[in-house]
Design a protein around this ligand. Structure first.
Ligand SMILES: C[S@@+](CC[C@H](N)C(=O)[O-])C[C@H]1O[C@@H](n2cnc3c(N)ncnc32)[C@H](O)[C@@H]1O
Length: 218
């Protein structure tokens, strides 16, 4: 018999702040500058805001379900239930911030989301520490990766990478493969390096020192 895996329900299985996600997904349609849709036309591109919210909510544990796994057979008190609601509301507030276009590159907001994802992963690892394959399946230092085998315009792997996961993409269509290479494979390889173009090379060391190159989270 295969050993059972203890898997608390994820936030997405309980509730989501859909109004905020919908509003940001609709707003994104009119945003051009800096949006991946300007890289290459992709006919079935999904909104970044929705993908970001869904990936986050699929990885974060629902507080009540986590408690049930940590305290099998017990019933939470009214006060504990209030605590679960409070914690859920905190996660919803984070999602409302996370889906805003303005926060797409906000390390302050993204770091909070990445920390919640890591925290949930550690909780799952702790629940499964007695699993016979815990060393490989539930290593708290090794986050699970994400693979989108139908990646299309790359919305899902791009957002997974933004949330700190190792992202993989594949697709039947070579155009989709090219878009994904341009969005999730090549940028992290060159992030943080100074340009090699002739205009930059002509700059003095003093001018160069005024610029720093942002390191992307891969
Ligand atoms: C709806 S699109 C994905 C859209 C994507 N989530 C986005 O945001 O752009 C579905 C993709 O599945 C791909 N696809 C369909 N059948 C496939 C197959 N058998 N193997 C790999 N990819 C396939 C199509 O080429 C298409 O790019």
């Amino acid at each position: 018999m295969r050993p059972t895996i203890k898997a608390p329900r994820k936030l997405i299985e309980v509730a989501l702040p859909l109004d905020a996600i919908n509003a940001e997904a609709a707003r994104e349609k009119s945003i051009r500058h800096g949006h991946p849709s300007t890289l290459h036309l992709w006919w079935a591109r999904r909104p970044l805001a929705a993908a970001r919210a869904v990936i986050f909510a699929q990885l974060v544990n629902d507080p009540e379900s986590l408690w049930e796994h940590q305290n099998p057979g017990e019933t939470p008190s009214t006060q504990q239930r209030g605590g679960f609601t409070q914690r859920r509301n905190k996660l919803f507030a984070l999602i409302r911030e996370l889906v805003k276009w303005e926060n797409t590159t906000s390390d302050e907001v993204l770091d909070r989301a990445r920390a919640e994802i890591r925290r949930s992963w550690r909780e799952v690892c702790e629940l499964n520490q007695d699993h016979p394959e815990a060393a490989t399946l539930f290593d708290p230092e090794k986050m699970p990766g994400l693979h989108d085998p139908f990646a299309g315009g790359g919305t899902i792997p791009l957002e997974a990478q933004r949330l700190g996961l190792e992202a993989h993409a594949s697709d039947l269509n070579p155009v989709a493969v090219l878009i994904n290479k341009a969005m999730i494979e090549i940028p992290p390889r060159f992030a943080g390096r100074e340009p090699i173009n002739p205009e930059w090379q002509r700059k003095s060391p003093q001018e160069k020192a005024l610029r720093t190159w942002v390191v992307m989270h891969a």
